[in-house]
Design a binder for this molecule. Structure first.
Ligand SMILES: [Zn+2]
Length: 451
């Protein structure tokens, strides 16, 4: 889609969203899985403090930085009677690529050629490898210098929210509902919602700005379970072990070899789930396999779990002295069924995207978001596109025009919600039929990679 999507509002927001994005991208706010603190790294607090200061300067109410590093603030309503709407993005960046010393490069007026990243010329953004890049002729592309990630995941979301809020404050004549801003920490290590206080946030529903491709509204995530499977054998000195020793390392290996190849992340896509052993450790006493299990459908997820238990039983079947034990943790749940109970929330996001000239579509994420946890906790939270690409890698890039169209979508979304939702003027039936039409137009959702 050509720049700038014919949206005058997006054109107006472009400069501000770029300036903010570059400022936030330079702060090292990478999260760390091995850390036991919240937030997991002090860099996240640096960005949180910067954002809290900017929100105060803009004139928002109730600006606070919580003990756990979340930033919260209120954009007061300009009209009465609407809902309280939440806007969320995460300040941390992925631990899966270097993130210190991010040096953003702006490639103005993209000409369709290859972009050789200056800090590491082996890293190339190629239109042959990315149809989305090839389509962005004339856009201004932002990448890192090739030695670090860029951090558009999720600083693009942060910058887009900030720009939209700044625009609405500068235009008090535009209708807007009471809006709660929330910047979260440690999303990339799965702890983004751990200390999120729903009552303190006080929104009726919310949106994460943490998606990718422009126009894509995500109302569905995987349901996710982690399993820890421990085999216990019989330890005997190997010199005198004949007929007595039961080796737990062999039991674990037998189990892993028995997992169906067609149910692995490397062999599945779209709406297929998987069973993924990702860590193993063992000794003469015991061996533990850690697995993640994923599916969009909760019954199929349960079937995958039952399969694991069945194969573990098979692995020990020939060894009467062997035992196994499975511990399980629910990680997050598919938010789709909860969102279907409040169809106007997703429909408003689709309609806002239409108002900036996009043809929006629904999508599913082959992963989770803060929103999947928050939705399960009672705050319906679908995910809106930010425009980012190649997340969690040194080849991450984003177009300034795409960031601007996302920010413009937020402005339109809030105006829309101030005017007609939730339902003073029209009943649930009207909203449901609008959603039905939208879903029918968009066809079956295509799942995206996790963010
Ligand atoms: Zn993200």
């Amino acid at each position: 889609m050509a720049a700038p999507y014919g949206s005058p509002l997006a054109a107006e927001l472009r400069e501000d969203v770029l300036e903010r994005f570059l400022r936030y991208a330079r702060v090292d706010s990478q999260s760390a899985r091995e850390s036991q603190t919240t937030p997991s790294t002090p860099g996240q607090l640096d960005l949180a403090r910067l954002l809290a200061g900017e929100l105060r300067e803009l004139g928002l109410d109730d600006v606070e930085l919580t003990d756990h590093g979340y930033v919260m603030a209120t954009l007061p309503a300009s009209v009465s009677g609407g809902p309280t709407v939440g806007l969320l993005a995460h300040v941390d960046t992925s631990p899966d690529a270097p993130a210190s010393g991010v040096n953003p490069v702006v490639w103005a007026d993209y000409d369709g050629g290859e972009l050789v990243l200056p800090g590491d010329p082996s890293q190339v953004l190629s239109p042959a490898a990315s149809a989305l890049l090839a389509e962005r002729l004339g856009h201004d592309i932002v990448s890192s210098d090739g030695t670090t990630l860029l951090g558009a995941d999720d600083k693009a979301g942060v910058a887009e929210i900030m720009s939209a809020v700044a625009h609405l404050l500068a235009h008090p004549e535009l209708p807007r509902p009471r809006t709660r801003i929330g910047f979260t920490v440690d999303e990339e290590i799965g702890r983004g919602a751990d200390h999120f206080e729903l009552e303190r946030f006080g929104a009726d529903f919310a949106y994460t700005l943490d998606g990718q491709e422009v126009g894509r509204i995500e109302n569905e995530t995987f349901s996710a379970v982690e399993l820890s499977l421990t085999f216990h054998g019989v330890g005997v000195h190997p010199g005198t072990a004949k007929g007595k020793l039961v080796n737990p390392v062999r039991l674990a290996a037998r189990f892993i070899a028995s997992l169906p190849r067609e149910l692995a992340p490397e062999t599945t896509e779209g709406r297929q789930g998987f069973v993924h052993p990702y860590a193993i450790e063992g000794s003469a006493e015991s061996a533990t396999v850690t697995l993640i299990v994923r599916d969009f459908d909760d019954e199929t997820l349960a079937a995958h779990e039952a399969l694991v238990a069945g194969l573990a039983a098979q692995a020990v079947a020939a060894e009467p002295a062997a035992r196994f034990r499975i511990d399980r943790w629910d990680q997050y749940r598919n938010m789709r069924s909860s969102l279907e109970a409040v169809p106007h929330v997703v429909e408003a996001a689709l309609e806002a995207a239409r108002r900036v000239g996009l043809e929006p579509r629904l999508g599913s994420i082959r992963g989770g978001t803060d929103g999947s946890r928050l939705t399960a906790m009672g705050l319906p939270t679908p995910n809106i596109f930010t425009g980012g690409n190649e997340y969690h890698s040194v080849r991450e890039w984003i177009s300034v025009q795409d960031m601007a169209i996302s920010a413009a979508t937020i402005v339109e979304l809030l105006q829309l919600l101030a005017q007609r939702l939730p339902g003073a003027a029209e009943g649930n039936g009207a909203r449901a039929s609008r959603l039905g039409r939208a879903a029918g137009e968009t066809g079956p959702p295509e799942p995206a990679p996790p963010t």
